[in-house]
Structure formats: C-alpha cells, structure tokens
Ligand binder design. Structure first.
Ligand code: RIB
Length: 291
C-alpha cells in the first residue's frame, strides 16, 4: 500500500517573540530562523520517518529546491514534485515564550495545481493506495473526485479550513484527521462530543481522528470510540505537532495496528515534535518513538 501526498511545501520564516503581535503593534522579535515546512511536506516527512513508503507531489517556486532536498533526504519519493517560476509557498510564524505559534500563510506555488498535473500523478497509483490531502493547495475537490473514482483510500486533513473546502464531497473521504478547531468549522459544533456526533450523522462511513490539544485525541469508527491522552512535555514549538500525529497515525493504519496503538504511537511522536524547534526538523524518527 503506497501513500500519495498531494500537498503543500512551504518555507517557514519563524520569529521568536515575547507575545503574538497585536493589531497596530510593532514588535521586535529576538530571533529568526528559516525552516522547511508546509502541512504537506511535514506529513510526508512524518510518514517517511515513521517507516511508510510515501510519494510527495506538489509545486515549489523560487528558492524551493531545499524543500525537495529535505523531502528526499528524509526518504520521501520526490519525482512528482515540480519547480515553477514565481514565489514559493511560505509562512511567517511567530513562536512565543510558551512555544505557542501563530501562522500567516502565503500559498504561492502551492496554489498553482492544474487538473492535468493531478491526473498525471494519480495515473501512477491504484485501487487501495492512500491519497493524503490537506487544504494548502488548490483543487482539493477535484483530487477527491478523481481518487474516489480510482477507489483509492482518501484521508483528508481539512487544514487550514476555508471556503475552498465547501465544494468537496466529504462522503467520498475514508478518514478525517483534524483538530477541534477544524472540527468545529466543519460541523458548527463546539464541543468534541458534538463534533464527533455530527460527523458520524453526516458521514456515517467516514472514520475520524479528532485531536484535542492538551486533552489528547479521539478515534471514531461508527459506534466504536477510543481515546488517547497526551505525553506531557515542555513545549518548545508546537509547529508540525499535528502533522507528525497525522503521519504516524497513517503509518499505523498501513501496519494494520489497532487504532488504540496507532493513537498511542502518534501521540508519542507528536509529543517529541512539540519539544523541538521547527516544522520538518522537529519530526522524530521511528526509533525515537518508543511506545
Ligand atoms: O502545520 C504546520 C505547517 O503549517 C507549517 O510548517 C507551515 O508551513 C504551515 O503550513
């Protein structure tokens, strides 16, 4: 079972700040670093470091070669990644003294997907392969429709949530992986129980992993629910913690682990990511994730 991740690749410009800049405020940062990131890239690297065979497809712009190199060095298949002229996808990330972040995203090359490119890439995958999607690229609705027609298993991380997702046919998705904010945006419900109930009512065949920050994570498959607490650590930088969780949980599916074991593996991996700076750079290797 191969994984195709049709997703974003970003240059993350990360600024260390005392607090998140306020409206109208000019704030001096006390450090700046550039990291490789993007929800797509991070999730591909998490899959590869967890031991899965993953193919990343996506578009990089000016200065994006380092993103391809970083994927390749992590063991991700990069042959489908294309280079374009023009601005690369990038972010401005503030990380405060508690390790919390806020992210300003510029789509750039990530928003230049075409139907022709998607069709060409999907032509290399078959029934039963996994298609992993986030919402930092355009044409996610088309990707879902085409992959469903091929009987691929579609796993959607609807992040960041915005109106581009409104045209997606979620009933074609096999599994949602989302945090409670995205869960609230998708369902209109605020509490985790309400989010899970609403997802189950609207999309009865879709499995869900809902991450709850400090309250852990929940897996729902029909009437069956299992929960996992976090592994507490001192937070240095929460960037890519969710992406690490996603990559490790999908690897547990490929390895046919029980959902409870998959949640535990993913929670442990993301706790390690939280304890380190950066996005892709913070994602642990499988050997470090002893559960
Ligand atoms: O999920 C973390 C990622 O979100 C960062 O690497 C940043 O690029 C944004 O896309």
């Amino acid at each position: 079972m191969k994984v195709l991740n049709l997703g974003s690749l970003n240059l993350d410009y990360v600024y260390s700040v005392d607090h998140m800049v306020l409206p109208g405020e000019t704030l001096s940062s006390y450090g700046m670093e550039t990291f490789c990131g993007g929800k797509g890239l991070n999730q591909s690297i998490a899959l590869a470091r967890a031991g899965a065979e993953v193919y990343h497809a996506g578009l990089v712009g000016d200065g994006g070669e380092i993103l391809i190199d970083t994927c390749r060095e992590a063991g991700v298949h990069t042959d489908f990644i294309q280079k374009l002229e023009g601005p690369c996808g990038h972010t401005i990330i503030q990380v405060d003294k508690n390790g919390q972040n806020c992210i300003l995203l510029y789509g750039g090359s990530n928003q230049k997907m075409t139907k022709e490119y998607i069709d060409t890439v999907l032509g290399h995958f078959d029934k039963g392969d996994i298609l992993l999607l986030q919402n930092e690229v355009n044409l996610v609705d088309y990707m879902i429709d085409q992959a469903y027609a091929k009987q691929m298993m579609i796993i959607l991380n609807p992040s960041p949530y915005n109106s581009a997702l409104d045209t997606c046919d979620y009933s074609k998705v096999s599994m949602f992986l989302m945090n409670e904010i995205e869960g609230a945006q998708v369902t209109g419900e605020q509490e985790p129980e309400g989010i899970l109930q609403e997802l189950s009512k609207r999309y009865p065949t879709v499995k869900t992993v809902l991450t709850l920050g400090g309250d852990g994570a929940v897996y729902q498959d029909g009437d069956s629910i299992c929960r996992q607490a976090i592994f507490p650590v001192k937070a240095v930088d929460t960037t890519a913690a969710g992406d690490t969780f996603t990559g490790y949980f999908i690897t547990s599916i490929i390895e046919k682990m029980e959902p409870s074991e998959g949640l535990k593996l993913a929670a442990k991996a993301s706790s390690i990511a939280v304890s380190r700076a950066g996005a892709a750079a913070s994602i642990p290797a499988r050997a470090e994730v002893m559960v």
